[in-house]
Design a protein around this ligand. Structure first.
Ligand code: PEP
Ligand code: MG
Length: 560
């Protein structure tokens, strides 16, 4: 699928599916006004009327459009129109105009005020700031007599690219033309993701600044399950992948868990989540539980450590989404690409190789102890059918595994470790006797095995979990897991790849945890193969010379 000069960029895949089309960028937002001259007092009333007229026009336009769309698309448009009419926002604009600002500046100032409020509320509210900025931009354009910002005219099929799609844009997409959505910002619960899910459009969010490498009109291959955007992919094999993906999508949509191979070998499919919202979405999916709750994601913008009670309240939101199933919660993986103000040290030369994950607790055990107290508090009252498993990120030595397990057991928690540092995989026989379970983090295990930054788009050919070197470490971990009767899961992105899931099953992995949108694809693939084929696929991948060869060998074996 990848051409010789292809570049792969990664984001968060929120809706599975493959698309190949030209990239079209959504019309940029209007320039924000610079500080203008003060509006004389006698002209301020008229200035406010100008603002109201523009806001009313935008609201009316949105409501008119809402009449042409059913279901949540119509609701989103109505909700956006409601925000344009919001009295609090208009009152704030009036105040700025009364102080002498022009309508354009007052629109920006009033919006900034509400954006700050929403951001400080965090969570879902913070994700709604895109809606506010969208309103601001529409009103600004109207005030200046410019065309409405947003979707351009689309002629052929297109993958839509944007910093963040506004709810109004995503609600009115023509799905005959738009075949996938990709955004720089946003999250799994942002409007873009919600609407993409409803329209079943492959969708990738939170790509970050690497998205700027994609030019208008450039052909891109999108894999919504893997969260990858490939520039320079081979057109013929890409078209072939799209065709296969469409046929497959029909089968996948019908798949229901629990997952097992054709001959009945069970593999537990679990969801990776970052907060209560994602956990609730997972509860509506085919996930049997949570396989990775990344706790640090809740604290990325926190400046101070939340107290034990406050942390417990946050964790409980995830536990409550799965009151009768397993939840694997991971202690803070702060550092490297996820710095947390209250946990991390000052800047480091090589943060990915620095004091991240469990290493932070070396010099700050109370921080970890308080988090474990909060987890125990949040998990209190969960029954035997809803076990709470706790794991540490970045474990590298037996001493770390033993120490962490001790802290968990003091609190009655089931203790595990992530296997994401190659040393932990190689020393699995020394670590596992102290642990109740392990979960392989293939994202970091690949990064550290291949000595390639997982964030580098140029090194995606190395940071590929199909690398036989990585698979050999996974095999070793599974062999020791089997010998010591320690459950072995995989919770990195590898678990979202249906063919690689067969390989992992063949290697002896007991559970696979991925974004909940990717699970039906994995489950449907496992249902098509027997365990013996999975073992053959594992052997073929292990004996391959590289990632591409491994992928090809397994594709040939399983898909023919
Ligand atoms: C991993 O490294 O594979 C993993 C699951 O953890 P994260 O992606 O959060 O580092
Ligand atoms: Mg990791």
């Amino acid at each position: 699928m990848q051409g010789v000069h292809s570049v792969t960029i990664k984001g968060t895949g929120v809706v599975a599916g493959i698309a190949y089309a030209q990239a079209i960028w959504v019309r940029p937002r209007p320039e924000l006004p610079s500080a203008g001259e003060t509006v004389p007092e006698e002209a301020r009333e008229a200035e406010f009327e100008r603002f109201v007229a523009a806001a009313d026009t935008v609201a009316t336009r949105l409501i008119d459009r809402s009449h042409h769309h059913e279901g949540s698309a119509g609701e989103v448009l109505k909700a956006t129109a409601g925000m344009v009419k919001d009295r609090g926002w208009r009152k704030a604009a009036r105040k700025f105009i009364n102080s002498g600002q022009a309508a354009e500046n007052a629109t920006v100032a009033a919006t900034d005020k509400f954006v700050a409020l929403f951001e400080s509320a965090g969570g879902l509210m913070a994700e709604r700031t895109t809606d506010l900025k969208d309103i601001r931009d529409r009103v600004l354009a109207e005030l200046r007599g410019e065309p409405e910002p947003g979707l351009p005219e689309i002629e052929g099929q297109a993958v839509l690219f944007a910093d963040d799609l506004s709810p109004a844009d995503t609600a009115t997409l023509d799905t005959d033309l738009v075949v996938a959505l990709v955004t720089e910002l946003g999250g799994p619960t942002s409007h873009t993701a919600i609407i993409a899910r409803q329209l079943n459009l492959p969708c990738i969010v939170a790509v970050g600044s690497a998205i700027r490498e994609i030019d208008n009109d450039e052909f891109v291959l999108i894999d919504g399950a893997m969260g990858t955007i490939i520039i320079g992919a081979d057109p013929e094999s890409s078209q072939e992948s799209v065709k296969e993906s469409r046929a497959r999508a029909a089968v996948v949509a019908k798949w229901r868990g629990p997952a097992k191979t054709q001959d009945g070998h069970r593999v537990q499919l679990l969801a990776n989540v970052a907060d209560g919202n994602a956990a609730r979405l997972a509860a509506d999916s085919q996930a049997e539980g949570i396989g990775l709750y990344r706790t640090e994601m809740s604290f990325l913008s926190a400046t101070e450590e939340p107290g034990v009670q406050e942390q417990a309240r946050i964790y409980r939101k995830v536990f409550d989404a799965f009151p009768e199933s397993k939840v694997v919660i991971r202690t803070l993986d702060a550092g490297s690409d996820k710095p947390i103000a209250y946990a991390n040290m000052a800047a480091e030369e090589n943060p990915a190789l620095g004091v991240r994950g469990l290493r932070i607790a070396n010099n700050n055990e109370p921080l970890l102890a308080r988090q474990l107290d909060a987890i125990a508090l949040a998990a209190d009252g969960r029954g035997d059918d809803a076990p709470t498993w706790v794991m540490a990120p970045m474990v590298a030595t037996q001493r770390e595994a033993k120490w962490f397990a001790g802290l968990c057991r003091e609190r009655g928690l089931i203790a595990g470790a992530m296997i994401e540092v190659p040393a932990a995989a190689l020393m699995a026989d020394k670590l596992m006797p102290f642990l109740d379970f392990v979960s392989i983090g293939t994202n970091d295990l690949t990064q550290y095995t291949m000595a390639a930054d997982r964030l580098s788009p140029q090194l995606a050919y190395l940071t590929d979990p199909w690398q036989p070197a990585v698979l050999r470490l996974i095999r070793h971990t599974c062999v020791i897991g089997h010998d010591t009767q320690t459950p072995v899961g995989v919770c990195g992105e590898a678990a979202a790849d249906p063919l690689l899931a067969c390989v992992l099953t063949g290697l002896g992995v007991n559970s696979l945890s991925a974004a909940s949108t990717a699970l039906p694809g994995v489950g449907a693939q496992l249902a098509d193969v027997d365990l013996e084929t999975c073992k053959q696929a594992a052997d073929a991948a292990l004996e391959s010379v590289g990632a591409a060869a491994a992928r090809e060998a397994v594709r040939e074996l399983i898909l023919g």
